[in-house]
Design a protein around this ligand. Structure first.
Ligand code: GDP
Ligand code: MN
Length: 379
């Protein structure tokens, strides 16, 4: 789960990390008021969206007067950054940057532990640094049983700074960041850039945190910050209904009973040159209500052009499934083309029931797959 910069900075402040003073605003007027309240000449106006690269997109601007605050706030509010519309901005104290560094803690698959990742080349070009000069990124593995004791934090601080003035500040900073990372079950805690200002002090002027969804139940303070995207809302709805659903962005909606069969169905669609819209396991049941709910989920995805229903009748009998489908589609008013493949117990009875209906019936999984891909390609 992602949080906004201002929320991450809230956690940083709770853990004693140095952050700049800032005020969250939802309108231009609030931004001007915040500017007056801060009482500083220079401020920074920053878009708050669940994506990075705001600086490059024009979502971070310095302002040195009320007029400039008004202008930048007006431009940034409503701006679209990588598909996210800006509905909030942060007005923060503008700091005089002497140099920018990169600091993060994340879970590393290779070492199977948290690592502290550092670079002297922090700032907006960090992706380029990582790609072109990976030797400039330092990785320090943290043994979770040992944590980040002073000697290790000092080693890290010396990797980043030459001057004792900064080393001394960096040691508790790394330790506090690690404590925050562990105590809140984060999967990422990133400061980019961590800056040294003109008086030699360290400050986190950006903050990014993501949290482990599976641990949210023990962090109500984090969970309440959740702002699910439209896709995530659908996934939550599906979960409530007892389905497992993952949106994949293609145009062939899939309704399948069983996770393994669902995976195989998606592979098959890809093999035949199509694009699955989703993974959807509806479990073992022929209950028409369940089919209706699953179909509603698929139909709410505007990318879906055809639905492939792939059912293996084991304990669930195919004729029951066919009856369930016919029942369900009486309730559903849709012109969506539907391809069905039924196999297993009572499959011939099931297929017989579907004769003469508007459904396209596939004889085998491959046949149904080809038919779905063909229909999607024509539409
Ligand atoms: P991001 O592009 O989404 O990572 O947003 P950041 O918060 O990292 O801001 C982008 C860049 O804007 C930073 O790398 C800084 O160079 C610059 N910036 C941000 N805040 C300030 C500030 O207070 N003063 C100055 N001079 N530059 C800032
Ligand atoms: Mn940044």
């Amino acid at each position: 789960m992602k949080v906004h910069e201002y929320q991450a900075k809230g956690f940083f402040a709770q853990y004693g990390l140095p952050v700049d003073r800032s005020i969250l605003c939802h309108s231009v007027d609030e931004a001007v008021e915040a500017y007056r309240k801060l009482g500083l000449e220079k401020v920074v106006v920053k878009a708050q969206v669940h994506t990075g690269g705001r600086g490059k997109a024009g979502g971070v601007k310095l302002a040195a007067s009320e007029d400039e605050v008004r202008r930048h706030a007006g431009n940034i509010l409503g701006m679209n950054i990588k598909g996210f519309t800006v509905d909030r901005i942060l007005i923060g104290e503008a700091v005089d940057i002497a140099s920018e560094y990169y600091v993060s803690i994340l879970v590393d698959r290779r070492t199977k532990s948290p690592i502290l990742m550092l670079s002297r080349e922090g700032g907006m070009e960090i992706e380029k640094v990582a790609k072109e000069t990976p030797e400039k990124i330092i990785k320090i593995a943290i043994d979770p049983l040992v944590g980040l004791p002073v000697y290790k934090a000092r080693e890290a601080a010396f990797a980043l700074f030459d001057d004792m003035a900064q080393v001394k500040q960096a040691i508790p900073l790394f330790q506090n960041l690690y404590r925050l990372f562990v105590e809140k079950d984060a999967s990422l805690a990133e400061i980019n850039p961590l800056i040294v200002d003109k008086s030699g002090d360290l400050k986190a002027i950006d903050a990014k945190m993501t949290f482990d969804n599976n641990a949210l139940f023990r962090h109500p303070d984090v969970a309440e910050l959740n702002e699910p995207t439209e896709e995530e809302k659908k996934e939550l709805y599906a979960k409530e209904k007892g389905f497992s659903y993952v949106n994949l962005g293609g145009n062939i909606g899939c309704m399948v009973n069983g996770a393994g069969l669902a995976m195989a169905t998606m592979d098959m669609i890809k093999l035949y040159g199509g694009d699955p819209a989703n993974f959807l396991d509806i479990g073992g049941s022929s209950n028409p209500q369940k089919i209706v709910e699953a179909m509603k989920l698929l139909l709410s995805d505007r990318h879906v052009k055809v639905v492939l229903i792939n059912i293996f009748g084991g304990i669930t009998r195919c004729d029951d499934v066919a009856k369930g489908l016919i029942e369900a589609f009486k309730e559903l008013d849709t012109s969506m083309p539907i391809v069905i493949r039924l196999t297993g117990t009572n499959e011939s009875e099931g297929r017989a029931l579907l004769q003469g209906t508007k459904f396209t019936v596939g004889t085998t999984m491959a046949d149904a797959g080809h038919k779905a891909v063909e229909i999607a390609a024509k539409l």
